[in-house]
Write a protein that binds this ligand. Structure first.
Ligand SMILES: Nc1nc2c(ncn2[C@@H]2O[C@H](COP(=O)(O)OP(=O)(O)OP(=O)(O)O)[C@@H](O)[C@H]2O)c(=O)[nH]1
Length: 494
């Protein structure tokens, strides 16, 4: 049996990066680091910083120090996670959240699961649909209802209270599942697990699983909302760690690729799987570790691979025969098929419903002038290994993935990333990255949600391994060029 004791992780001294977990080496923006960096900071970072209201970034960034105090360290010095894993199931109305929940609860997995259902209105319908007993029974799942509004806004305090009440009966369950309403915005729910100190200390957000209705998702994604009003369907995809493209029986098989592509363009980090009746393996939903720093690298790599294959696919399915058509100059090459939803009278703003259908035959064909805004940033940077991609559909929410070879200047990264977060925090939904910092033998991994940021040194760079920094951002109205430029400026000049 392992002996465990609690410890508070010490923050490193200024400039040192020796502790296992630390919050000050990269992008934690101690004011003195900002000032040091300011003189030599990048144009992009300087531009970003010039619009800062005041230089108090350090206080707006979330440090994991508080949560670190709850880390349980075993005798060998390893951190043992003792917080309760929580899975959030979200997805638009009717996408299959309750079906997934039922699937999970009916399986013989051995977990004791506490379920929090969130239902609009006073009449609780969903709990009737969930086939478990409500009575507290240690061997059964329990269902707790939050009926007086949407989890994402009006009842977040209720959620905190309910989570804390649940924790008092910690010995009776192993995991918590939260099913949101179909109109929930995931951000406030996610933030609850980081912002409320008690909850952060007791619970660990394992992952956000988003159900997507293959039949109707395009209609929801394309829905034009008034200025300032969130498109919940887009946001639910953007914040996801795992996406279930459900109800595949209701669309033609050849439409699924385009749907996945549309999803990946919004969120290149999340895994996407197809399903009918929400039938997915349990480990697709549990043990996701979507907010674990230890998993950042694989997710960043997967996001990069997704972007590559997306890029590659479209290089193939686009044919131009016109003299004036040069693929290199195209800002789009997507092949969306939005046609499947037309039975609902849906129309969208794309000039062409399908990039793949499009043939260039005229001398004056310039794809990049098409009304729809599909763009890939291409490899850029003179001689550097910098690559940045942005897939921009009409959805303002997209993923930007950057990878760059060469050591980064810590002060500059701090300054740039802090500036970016300060200026774009509302629009920066999620980000993950692995950085090569000058003179640091270990890689630095980080992840963030809006202004919440955590990072730590990871394994050491191996002998002969290329020191490549990679980052993925998911957000709204992201300027890929500006992000790329700012990041490029952080590379140590030789
Ligand atoms: N054809 C088909 N129907 C499905 C599938 N998955 C779920 N359904 C049905 O779709 C309807 C909505 O599913 P739910 O699981 O209740 O969806 P939900 O996301 O919980 O719905 P809300 O609570 O209204 O947000 C139900 O009638 C399900 O039986 C599927 O893969 N194919």
């Amino acid at each position: 049996m392992q002996v465990a004791f609690r410890t508070a992780a010490a923050l490193p001294a200024a400039g040192s990066c020796s502790s296992r977990r630390f919050t000050s080496c990269v992008a934690f923006l101690r004011p003195q680091q900002q000032r040091r960096g300011q003189g030599s900071a990048s144009t992009a970072a300087a531009a970003a910083a010039s619009s800062l209201p005041h230089p108090r970034r350090a206080s707006t960034l979330h440090c994991r120090a508080a949560a670190e105090a709850s880390d349980v360290i075993d005798v060998e010095g390893k951190v043992v996670e003792d917080r309760v894993p929580v899975t959030v199931i979200t997805g638009f109305l009717g996408s299959g959240k309750t079906t997934l929940l039922n699937n999970i609860l009916q399986r013989d997995h051995g977990y004791r699961i506490a379920v929090i259902e969130n239902e609009f209105g006073e009449i609780d319908i969903d709990s009737d649909l969930v086939s478990v007993e409500e009575e507290l029974d240690p061997s059964k799942e329990q269902i707790l209802m939050l009926n007086n509004g949407c989890l994402c806004c009006t009842v977040r305090d209720d959620l905190v209270e309910m989570l804390n009440r649940l924790y008092d009966r910690r010995s009776k369950f192993d995991r918590i599942l939260i099913e949101t309403t179909g109109l929930a915005q995931p951000a406030p729910i996610i933030q609850t697990f980081f912002l409320d100190p008690k909850v952060a200390d007791r619970m660990r957000l394992d992952g956000v699983v988003t159900m997507v209705d293959a039949k109707h998702v395009v209609r929801h994604l394309d829905e034009q909302k008034p200025e300032g009003v969130v498109n919940e369907a887009v946001e639910q995809i953007a914040y996801a760690d795992r996406i279930v493209l459900n109800k595949t029986d209701l669309v033609k098989p050849d439409e699924l690729g385009a749907l996945e592509e549309r999803i990946r363009a919004i969120n290149s980090i999340a895994q996407v799987t197809r399903a009918q009746r929400a039938e997915v393996p349990l480990d697709y939903v549990f043990g996701v570790g979507g907010f674990d720093l230890e998993k950042v690298e694989e997710e960043v790599l997967a996001a990069e691979a997704a972007v590559h294959s997306h890029h590659h696919e479209h290089d193939h399915d686009h044919e131009c025969s016109g003299a004036g058509c040069t693929h290199e100059s195209h800002s789009h090459s997507h092949s969306h098929d939005h046609g499947h939803d037309h039975e609902h009278g849906h129309s969208h703003s794309h000039a062409s419903s399908s990039g793949s259908d499009h043939e260039c035959s005229g001398a004056d064909c310039t794809h990049h002038s098409h009304e729809h805004e599909h763009s890939h940033g291409t490899a850029a940077g003179s001689g550097s290994a910098l690559k940045a991609y942005q897939q921009k559909h009409d959805d303002a929410v997209s993923s930007v993935s950057i990878s760059i070879e060469g050591d980064m200047d810590l002060d500059k990264v701090n300054y740039w990333l802090g500036g970016l977060m300060e200026v774009k925090s509302n629009d920066l939904y999620r980000m993950k990255g692995v950085l090569a910092i000058q003179d640091f033998p270990a890689r630095f991994v980080f992840q963030g949600v809006h202004m919440l940021f955590e990072g730590m040194p990871d394994r050491e760079w191996k002998e002969g391994e290329k020191r490549i920094s990679k980052m993925v951002f998911i957000g709204k109205d992201l300027d890929a060029d500006l992000i790329r430029e700012g990041f490029q400026e952080c590379v140590v000049k030789k």
